[in-house]
Design a protein. Structure first.
Length: 92
């Protein structure tokens, strides 16, 4: 892993620490709201990472076309998440 990606990952984890200390980190138990909450917490951590990196378009996992693929398939990703959320568990 590159030094830049490692810093990005550290910044994102610091975002989780910040959210745990100053926010309401654990809000929901299993179920649809739980998985929406997890998505929200990852968004907070991602924003924290981008602010610390000084670039709101920064993604530490932006390798091998990851971001381009996500952007290209965003509609499908959203639809799949919406269709699957009622069946999601921590095991799958």
């Amino acid at each position: 892993m590159s030094k830049d990606r490692m810093y990005g990952l550290i910044f994102q984890e610091l975002g989780h620490v910040y959210h745990q200390q100053y926010g309401n980190f654990d809000q929901f138990e299993q179920g649809e709201n739980y998985f929406l909450w997890l998505l929200f917490t990852e968004g907070i951590a991602m924003y924290f990472e981008q602010v610390l990196a000084g670039n709101l378009n920064y993604f530490h996992q932006k390798t091998n076309g990851w971001l381009e693929s996500c952007n290209l398939h965003l509609t499908t990703i959203n639809k799949d998440f919406d269709n699957d959320i009622s069946k999601m568990t921590t095991e799958n």
